[in-house]
Design a protein around this ligand. Structure first.
Ligand SMILES: [Zn+2]
Length: 255
């Protein structure tokens, strides 16, 4: 069993062949997936998918790149959706200093509002971090995000930062980059973070693992991420698959 904790099957890149993509995932042993919505259209589609497929769950939130577009009505709508039994987390949220569409102060405010919402509705949060580690860790601490915990999605930082996040009740999720030959840090993180605190994801359609790097990613490839972690940790594939699935089910409160 494999749990892809971060998939964007709501992306229009799957409009033509979604059934085939899901079929391949099932054949490779993917038993659970969380589809992440991060604006109006992608949240609506994530909800449709979660309602259509037993093994698909939804995560709903607002992306930091588009923080400037989020209205109060959007936040109320997200809160309403969290009552749905298939909504298991809020996000992806966080800070992205690579793109400058949304000013930093607005990104921070939208991030804080979503953490407060998560605490109110008691759901874990999924963090997107791009070139903003210090500010993210600072805000998580200030807002007491430890109370709900969550996931550092597609973690690309150092093992030291990873362990700081683990201490704040966060899981570290690794994706395709851990399989890249030149990816030193994700491999170090895979080695140092205890298995009980690791999750796996694809972040598809982005960041396809080796040997599909540069191509469209899909949930069946999460197997390659688990295999790589097993190799780094000197464990069997089954041990990593089982532990990361157990971790994800615990975090998302899935039976
Ligand atoms: Zn994502």
């Amino acid at each position: 069993m494999l749990f892809d904790t971060h998939a964007h099957l709501n992306d229009t890149q799957y409009n033509e062949d979604l059934e085939e993509v899901i079929g391949r995932a099932e054949r490779e042993g993917v038993t659970h997936m969380v589809v992440v919505g991060f604006d109006r259209p992608t949240i609506e589609r994530a909800m449709q998918l979660a309602e259509t497929y037993d093994f698909i769950y939804a995560c709903v939130g607002w992306h930091p790149v588009d923080a400037i577009d989020m209205t109060e009505e959007d936040l109320v709508w997200i809160e309403e959706l969290t009552a749905h039994p298939k909504v298991v987390a809020i996000g992806e949220m966080g800070l992205d200093y690579h793109w400058d569409k949304s000013p930093k102060d607005i990104q921070k405010e939208v991030f804080r509002k979503q953490i407060r919402l998560a605490k109110k509705v008691k759901l874990p949060i999924v963090i997107h971090n791009r070139e903003a580690t210090a500010d993210i860790v600072g805000i998580l601490k200030e807002e007491g995000a430890e109370e709900v915990g969550g996931i550092m999605h597609c973690f690309s930082g150092s093992p030291e930062v990873a362990m700081e996040c683990v201490k704040m009740n966060f899981y570290i999720s690794l994706g395709g980059p851990v399989t890249f030959k030149n990816a030193k840090k994700p491999k170090e993180v895979a080695a140092e973070v205890p298995l009980e605190k690791l999750l796996i994801e694809t972040d598809c359609p982005y960041l396809a693992p080796h040997p599909y790097r540069g191509k469209r990613n899909e949930p069946s490839y999460v197997k390659l991420v688990a295999e790589q972690i097993a190799e780094i940790k000197g464990l069997t594939f089954e041990e990593v698959a089982e532990a990361t699935t157990r971790n994800a089910k615990k975090l998302f409160a899935i039976k």
